[in-house]
Design a binder for this molecule. Structure first.
Ligand code: ASP
Length: 304
């Protein structure tokens, strides 16, 4: 099975991934050993920068006894000579047992899945989707809040170009969470996603005020303004630095507010917040390892 969009998964399937991920935690921490994916190779193709996604996929593969091959910089591959994505995928399909792909173009993972016989995992396609991030986000919320449904999740920042929040908001709707979208009007959630969310019976609140939204939130999901996706740098300048979660802002927050961020952060969370009980983004980043272990073991046919 491919992991291209969160839309390809039912709630039951996501719950299954989260259950398997829970069992993977001791192996992810190196406390237990596993050879579940011994002899398996993951082709890892990153056409865009990445720290957490790429390294946690590698860690996940390595912790399960498998190996990774690929590139993190297309300039060093035949892509620089003009090779098409379809041709590169056909090659790597023959060299590996599954392919993880990050690409600047929306739809690239779907295209790759079409050309590959092996499973393709979408590690982010432009402003499209980031389904494995969503699974680790859901895992984090479930772990910290014991359930997903009923929580009030405020999603802040670049909702227009942010692929993490496109996948996440749809998944949270599937689980019956309450949603508030906090962004300047020019970066609000695209209509396509709003329609999808509303079709699942969720009526998200829209706001441009972090002060208002933070009061009722159980989870605040902060995102970076996606500078690289703006066609006009002047438009980016208008919204850069508009929101900042700092100690002052947290005065109005619930005591048990959980703050998440897919990272990297730029200026949207003051480093002072890191020392508070609210800050869960580094724990969230770690959760990428067990969740990706679960996904890899499921698509590569190992089970725990
Ligand atoms: N790392 C996340 C992504 O690749 C979030 C971000 O880059 O802001 O989408």
């Amino acid at each position: 099975m491919d992991v291209v969009s969160i839309r390809d998964f039912s709630r039951e399937q996501i719950e299954h991934v989260l259950k398997v991920a829970e069992k993977m935690v001791p192996i992810a921490k190196g406390e237990e050993k596993s050879n579940l994916l011994e002899g398996k190779l993951l082709g890892s193709l990153f056409y865009e920068p990445s720290t957490r996604t790429r390294l946690s996929f590698e860690a996940a593969m390595g912790r399960l006894g498998g190996r990774t091959l690929g590139f993190d910089e297309p300039k060093g591959s035949s892509v620089a000579k003009g090779e098409t994505l379809a041709d590169t995928i056909r090659m790597v399909d023959g060299y590996s047992d599954a392919i993880v792909l990050r690409h600047p173009q929306e739809g690239a993972a779907r295209l790759a899945a079409h050309f590959a016989d092996k499973p393709v995992l979408n590690a982010g396609d432009g402003a499209g989707q980031h389904p494995t991030q969503t699974m680790l986000d859901l895992f984090t919320i479930k772990k910290l809040k014991s359930k997903i449904e009923g929580n009030h999740v405020a999603i802040l920042g670049d909702l227009k170009y942010g692929r993490t929040v496109h996948s996440l908001s749809e998944a949270l709707s599937m689980f019956g969470a309450e949603l508030t979208f906090v962004a300047p009007p020019t970066l609000q959630m695209p209509k396509e996603h709003l329609k999808r969310i509303e079709s699942m019976g969720i009526k998200p609140k829209m706001s441009s005020s972090l002060e208002d939204a933070i009061k009722n939130a159980d989870v605040l999901y902060v995102t970076r303004i996606q500078k690289e996706r703006f066609p006009d740098p002047a438009e980016y300048q208008k919204v850069a630095g508009l929101y900042k979660v700092d100690m002052n802002m947290l005065k109005n927050a619930k005591k048990d507010l959980v703050i998440m961020h897919p990272l990297p952060r730029v200026t949207e969370i003051d480093p002072e917040v890191d020392a508070t009980e609210h800050a869960k983004y580094f724990e969230q980043a770690f959760n990428g390892v067990p969740v990706r272990m679960a996904l890899l073991s499921l698509v590569l046919g190992g089970s725990k």
